[in-house]
Design a protein around this ligand. Structure first.
Ligand code: UDX
Length: 442
């Protein structure tokens, strides 16, 4: 079996490393953050991801995942290196490649001292052209070796969805390999054949620039689908009897459209869609290409918060000094991640309007506190969150919030009123109280 190293044990790197280790590979994980390393070495993931804790503790205790901060040793001991460091967004929307640059330089320096062939695989989302441009150049410069001859290079994007990351690695819809040459591509393919024990998922073998574009286009398309649903949600709001959930269900029954990612709501957040849509827009603009659909998708996403505010104001007649119970802080259910969370954006706007906020989330409270601090109150339970509130807003559709019904709202709230921003509830069940929802006509 191949021995592999994984550079960067963040969300993508750690889940990937834990899955590899549990499939019998010997994995050398490199992480520079000491705090993170300490937690991982204790078998504890530094973030919440269902199923990861048991995979990780198994991998650490049986010694198949070795965690270190030593590029030399990781590269010496492995045959394939996966680079999984972050590529955050800068304020202007451009992609910050500094982590990729420094990780790749370190890999190059380690390659210099290594005898024999080695395969370097980039998994971080990087702008088109980066693999064959920047990455190849840095590796050659630092290692004094020649790409395609003394080492191989691929871009192999991940399509992990938080909350379902392990399933995403074990049973992906596809594996995309962008290889600089035939040998690199074949080798990575061979690795995946071993990983999936011969039962390979559909594979697309192409050049690096196509693979880089696939990653951006994939995320942009999904974000666009959601924005499409959100665009219609505003039209539905104006039409008596209209319901965006039904309209999207109807179009989703067309197999050419499919019903995934047509859920209207507060819009998309998280660590990928916002960053990657901005990233590709910025990149294309530099080449003189205006990606209009993506630009519109971002605009619709931003406006969706204003639309939710309007619904809230109309429902309870002004927001100043009102106590609002916000259910859900994570950018989506199943994670404690609050990066670009729409719930938090909404809370910021509600605060600007003079509302008081009390919020609840099953997992993301601690992370939200780092952003919102003591500007809001935090509730330990749904009931506590609802107590004496003037309005309840469902902002993240955690399954535990399904239990909410008119009786519960009447029992705890000052005056029951519910705004469903994620279309979790059946409007018919809230007939006796003030109720509004994204994309629901009057
Ligand atoms: C996404 C992609 O799905 C994944 O392939 C890529 O690798 C990283 O980005 P993730 O950010 O984990 O994954 O979450 P995802 O489930 O895609 O949701 C993103 C956002 O869209 C969330 O804020 C979610 O609430 C929102 N969303 C999703 C909707 O508003 N409506 C939908 O129908 C689906």
């Amino acid at each position: 079996m191949f021995s592999v190293s994984v550079i960067g044990l963040g969300y993508v790197g750690l889940t990937f490393a834990a899955c590899l280790a549990n499939r019998g590979f010997r994995v050398y994980g490199v992480e520079s953050d000491e705090e993170k390393r300490k937690l991982i070495l204790e078998g504890r993931p530094p973030f919440y991801e269902p199923g990861l804790d048991s995979l990780l503790s198994k991998a650490i205790s049986c010694g198949s995942l070795i965690v270190m901060n030593d590029f030399q040793s990781a590269i010496q001991n492995s045959y394939i290196t996966f680079v999984c460091v972050g590529t955050p967004s800068r304020d202007d929307g451009s992609v910050d490649l500094s982590q990729v640059e420094s990780a790749v330089r370190e890999v190059g320096r380690a390659l210099k001292k290594k005898n024999g062939y080695h395969l370097v695989v980039l998994r971080s989302t990087i702008p088109p052209g980066t693999t064959e441009g920047l990455v190849k150049k840095l590796l050659e410069e630092e290692s004094s070796k020649i790409a395609e001859v003394e080492f191989g290079l691929c871009f192999n994007p991940e399509f992990l969805s938080e909350g379902k990351a392990i399933e995403g690695i074990m049973k992906p819809d596809k594996v995309v390999i962008g290889a600089v040459d035939e040998r690199s591509g074949k080798l990575l393919l061979e690795f995946y054949r071993e990983f999936y024990s011969g039962k390979l998922p559909p594979i697309l073998l192409t050049n690096p620039v196509n693979a880089e574009l696939i990653k951006y286009a994939n995320n942009a398309f999904l974000a666009m689908k959601i924005s499409f649903a959100n665009m219609f949600s505003r039209l539905c709001s104006k039409l008596k009897g209209a319901d965006v959930a039904v309209v999207m269900k109807g179009i989703g029954m067309d197999s050419r459209i499919c019903n995934a990612f047509l859920g209207a709501g507060l819009g998309w957040g998280g660590s990928c869609f916002p960053k990657d849509t901005r990233g590709i827009l910025f990149y294309a603009k530099k080449l003189g290409v205006d990606l209009k659909l993506i630009r519109a998708s971002i605009e619709i996403n931003e406006e969706q918060i204003e639309y939710a505010l309007e619904l809230a104001e109309n429902l309870i007649g002004g927001l100043r000094d009102k106590l609002i119970a916000v259910l859900g802080l994570a950018f989506k259910p199943g994670t404690d991640d609050v990066r670009e969370s729409r719930a938090i954006k909404l809370i910021e706007k509600l605060l600007e309007k003079g509302a008081r906020i009390r919020a609840h989330d099953p997992k993301a409270m601690e992370n939200a506190r780092r952003i919102l601090g003591d500007r809001i109150e935090y509730a330990g339970s749904i009931e506590e969150c609802l107590s004496d509130a003037d309005l309840c807003i469902l902002a993240t559709e955690w399954p535990e919030y399904r239990q909410i019904n008119s009786d519960l709202l009447k029992k705890y709230m000052k005056s029951p009123a519910l705004l469903d921003c994620r279309r979790l509830y059946d409007p018919n069940q809230f007939r006796g109280i003030r109720f509004a929802a994204i994309g629901l006509g009057p």
